[in-house]
Write a protein that binds this ligand. Sequence first.
Ligand code: ADP
Length: 498
Amino acid sequence: MFETEFLLYIACILGGGISVFIVMWSWKFEKLNQVRTELETLKRSLDEMDEQAKLIVRTDMELNRTQEELDKKISGLYALHNLSRAVSTTLQEKQIFNMVDSAYLQDLGFQKACAFLWKASEEKFVLKMQIEYFPDEIERIKKAVELDKAFYLGLIKHNKGVSSIYRKENVTAVEKIKHAFGCNTFIISCILPKEGDKGFLFVGSEEKDVVITEGDEELITVLTNQIGQGLENARLFEQTWLAHQELEKKVKERTQELTCALEEVKMLSKRKTDFVSSVSHELRTPLTSIKGYASILLAEKLGQLPPEVKARLEKINRHSDELTHMINDLLDIAHIESGKIIMKRQSYEIKAIVEKILDLFSLQLKEKQISAQLNIDASCQNIFADSRQIERVFINLIGNAMKFTPAQGTISISARNVDGQVQVDVADSGCGIPEEAQGHIFEEFYRVDNSINDQVKGSGLGLSLVKQIIQAHGGKIWLNSKENQGTTFSFTMPQSAQ
Ligand code: ADP
């Protein structure tokens, strides 16, 4: 009994121990599993972190590379901007190409360059610029371009660039260019001015690991566009400059011709004036004698004269007067022209002068029933002139107006202030002057070929004298006339001493 109890006791203890052990063991097992799971989670997290770290490093490297590329692009763009500005302000072909130097080229990411233009007249490509090539290399390039000129002309014709970016269609071309220009990476872009020689620019690098992007191609295209525009500007400038030179040469030649002609005209005019003045002078003396003898005979101091002889003598006397008048006019024209007559200027009332002249013509005005109107503006009452000469101006102009205006017509004399000067208009409702005659009207001895002139006497010297007098006063004279409607002669003169 005791044994059984003891065994039972032992069994109980063992059972309890075992159960405790089992419980413990299962607890530990559970814990182990838990730890394992946690370990796996941890490992996964670590792996993930590792991946993330790798990603971060990769992204950082990527970023650095992008930053580098961006820096490269920025310095390329900056170089391009400066180059474009320099090219656009240059007006000589040679200088345009000289603008592209190795510093700019480096900023654009290249070391070597050369540019060719196609000279159609010589049927060949001419080298316009080269950077960082040795003479023998250049000779090789020239030969290669000459050999392959059809290819390069094709590029120009279709405005097609080529670069070392491999594309299906350009594999052979790329290899050929690489070999010809001795560069592993390159861009060729066309230079296409609107007119004139077209060509291409090659930029390249010997380094193999340089990556050419489409962005680089665009940059070089912008540069060649600028060069093309620069060449166009240079061509236009040269054309304008040549035209300007030509014009200047012509102007010089013409000026010289005109100066010679003017000198000749001056000399001829002086000769004419001298001749007219000496002939007139010589004529005046015998004319005075003729008139003197005619007057003596007419006065019948040498005996009575039959009426027919008296009538003839009166004619001689009248014609002598006319001749003297003409000679005096001629002499005055010559003297005013040569500056021998000095205008003694003073301020005179226009109204008083005109009224005096109208009074002289009062009889004829009455006979022809011509009404004369006077219209002097309040702002310009006076004229600054030589009184004798200004009276001659009015005598001639009013006399002509009266002569060429039919009966019952009108004459008006008006004066007004125009730009600080007196402008006098002598207008009539007469026969007018044909347009083709107007340009000659102030010439000496010019008279319009019309029926009135056939009937009335005149020398054709009056207007010429008037023009000389007005010009000697610093004024101008001109006319407005319409046939059968009337004529207005206008002249300007100073209002007061200037
Ligand atoms: P003249 O009157 O002695 O012929 P002028 O030199 O004064 O010489 O005039 C030249 C010509 O101009 C005149 O013959 C006349 O044909 C023309 N002429 C001048 N004034 C007038 C006028 N007011 N109306 C029409 N014709 C005129």
